[in-house]
Design a binder for this molecule. Structure first.
Ligand SMILES: Nc1ncnc2c1ncn2[C@@H]1O[C@H](COP(=O)(O)OP(=O)(O)OP(=O)(O)O)[C@@H](O)[C@H]1O
Length: 264
């Protein structure tokens, strides 16, 4: 590990089931994430992206191999790491309002007083376009709104590392673009390293400093494709830059090669 590495996956292996039912999912995955980077992970459906994320978060243990966060082996969810799950309906507390859900994530932050926490929660809710909905309960919000609360909560934790599992899957195209920019802006503002799982190749490249493409299941290869676009992104200009088109091409090419291996 060098000084700037915050997260490492070392020869991660994980299978589900036993005996004849045993299904290997991760079959020797290695990669590193540098502090401050935004990393996207793409791969075929069912290749084990959520399984990988659960292992990175310390929510499930790999069979062999190791996850290291700030150089320390991860054996349970570590402090300084937060996850925004794909299934927002199960990740928010239904008995807490949007504001209370966001405040709940601030247990370990610099915001100590009730007022400080309330102000930061309202700032984040306003940033995700939910200023008027702070006092609503999750069941009073649409799916996309609930997911925005979940994102505000992830950012509120001010954790050094934020793992995002398809957080924008349920929102419409325009909101999705706005949320991409919001996540980038807030991650930079709070100095958060992010690892985003997404099915959307354009989103993966737009958001990231590096895209990790996973091979089909059992996933044994994680190819890294650098995205050389600097930190400032713009929905129109960035997507037209040669660097964007090149990285997008490389990612698509890699996915296609994994697909043809599967067919062959
Ligand atoms: N707890 C579990 N027990 C048994 N099998 C599981 C479990 N969790 C996931 N699987 C299986 O492992 C495989 C990988 O699942 P996973 O959700 O990690 O993939 P994914 O790449 O995130 O999928 P998707 O792209 O569809 O979201 C799938 O075939 C899934 O059915």
């Amino acid at each position: 590990m060098n000084d700037t590495t915050i997260l490492e996956a070392v020869d991660l292996r994980k299978a589900y089931g036993h005996g004849l039912q045993r299904m290997p999912i991760l079959d020797g995955i290695d990669f590193r994430v540098r502090k401050g980077d935004f990393v996207s992970v793409v791969g075929p459906s069912g290749c084990g992206k959520t399984t990988l994320l659960m292992a990175l978060a310390g929510l499930s243990q790999p069979d062999t191999g190791e996850v290291r966060f700030r150089g320390q082996p991860v054996t349970q969810p570590p402090q300084g790491l937060a996850v925004v799950f794909q299934d927002y309906s199960r990740s928010l507390f239904p008995w807490k309002t949007a504001r209370e859900n966001v405040i709940f994530a601030m247990r370990d932050t610099a915001q100590k007083t009730r007022q400080e926490r309330r102000d930061r929660a309202d700032e984040l809710l306003a940033a995700v376009g939910l200023k008027e909905f702070a006092q609503k309960y999750p069941w009073q919000l649409s799916g996309g709104m609930q997911q925005r609360v979940a994102i505000a909560r992830g950012l509120a934790s001010e954790s050094d590392l934020l793992l995002l599992d398809e957080p924008l899957a349920a929102v419409d195209a325009q909101t999705r673009a706005d949320m991409q920019d919001l996540i980038l802006e807030l991650a930079q503002r709070f100095d958060q390293t992010c690892l985003l799982v997404t099915h959307d190749v354009d989103e993966a490249v737009y958001m990231a400093d590096k895209v990790i493409v996973l091979s089909r299941r059992p996933t044994s290869v994680a190819t890294e494709i650098p995205v050389d676009l600097g930190k400032r992104r713009d929905q129109l200009a960035t997507r037209e830059q040669p660097g964007f088109l090149h990285a997008r091409h490389e990612v698509m090419e890699r996915i296609r090669s994994y697909r043809s291996q599967m067919a062959g």
